[in-house]
Design a protein around this ligand. Structure first.
Ligand SMILES: [Zn+2]
Length: 260
């Protein structure tokens, strides 16, 4: 797991990542650069803009938001003022001509952004983390940005319920069909599809075992000890610190809704 905060990496030709707690990914499409997601910290907008210019020689012409949480959109207004077109799923926010950082272009299921030399493909996979979750595929680089659908062990569901559990399994089946070389999450280190599969095994295991233990009266802390995470997840980014315990608490809270 390579994770040097703030140190820009070239993931593939024309594709760059500024790794951080809030990641920023960009690609040179030949006649402009596209940035995927724009950080919690609006003051970083010029920092990213300059890094894009240095690495690609291009201005930020497009911004794609994987979903409409502030830690992914805070730089939008400044980049929009500088001329970028903002693209997001239609359920994120209404499209507006006002250049205020809301989307200028929205899409329903899929959208292909064609640059002069390369393209990126967006696919809506909403209903797990947010209604508007979308993933971004850079086909030549074989890089897939999954937004907050993967959280280094954190169950990404906004609410745990039978429907959202089923939807997350569908979404993961779809993510794995991309067969990416590099997967970029919204936060923390990059990963490979092996870690997507690893999370799914963990998710299925806790969903199968935890609710019954909670219904039987065990406390979340007892359940967390009774259902430990797999050995190979223990050094996942910030996982052992708090994410496993939080997952168990959420599953316990939803335990009665998950009873058959
Ligand atoms: Zn989010």
């Amino acid at each position: 797991m390579i994770f040097e905060e703030g140190k820009i990496r070239e993931l593939a030709p024309h594709v760059f990542l500024r790794p951080a707690v809030d990641n920023s990914l960009w690609a040179d499409l030949g006649d402009g650069a596209v940035v995927v997601d724009g950080l919690e910290d609006a003051p970083l907008a010029p920092v990213i803009r300059d890094a894009v210019r240095q690495t690609t020689g291009q201005a930020i012409r497009w911004v794609v938001n994987t979903h409409w949480h502030r830690d992914h959109t805070a730089c939008n207004p400044e980049w929009a003022r500088e001329g970028a077109t903002i693209i997001a799923h239609e359920s994120a926010a209404p499209a507006t001509p006002a250049r205020d950082g809301r989307p200028d272009v929205t899409f329903s299921d899929r959208y292909t952004l064609r640059g002069g030399a390369r393209q990126v493909e967006l696919e809506w996979l909403g209903g797990a983390h947010t209604p508007e979750d979308s993933v971004v595929w850079l086909p030549r680089a074989r890089v897939l940005h999954v937004g907050d659908l993967f959280g280094w062990g954190l169950i990404p569901l906004r609410a745990i319920a039978p429907e959202s559990i089923a939807r997350l399994r569908e979404v993961y089946a779809r993510l794995l069909t991309y067969d990416a070389d590099v997967v970029v999450p919204g936060h923390g280190p990059t990963l490979t599809p092996a870690e997507l599969r690893g999370f799914l095994v963990y998710f299925d295991d806790v969903v199968a075992r935890v609710p019954a233990l909670c219904r039987a009266g065990r406390t979340p802390a007892e359940v967390a000890r009774a259902v430990p995470p797999p050995e190979d997840m223990r050094d996942w980014w910030r996982f052992a610190d708090w994410k496993h315990a939080r997952n168990i608490e959420q599953l316990c809270r939803a335990a009665s809704a998950l009873a058959e």
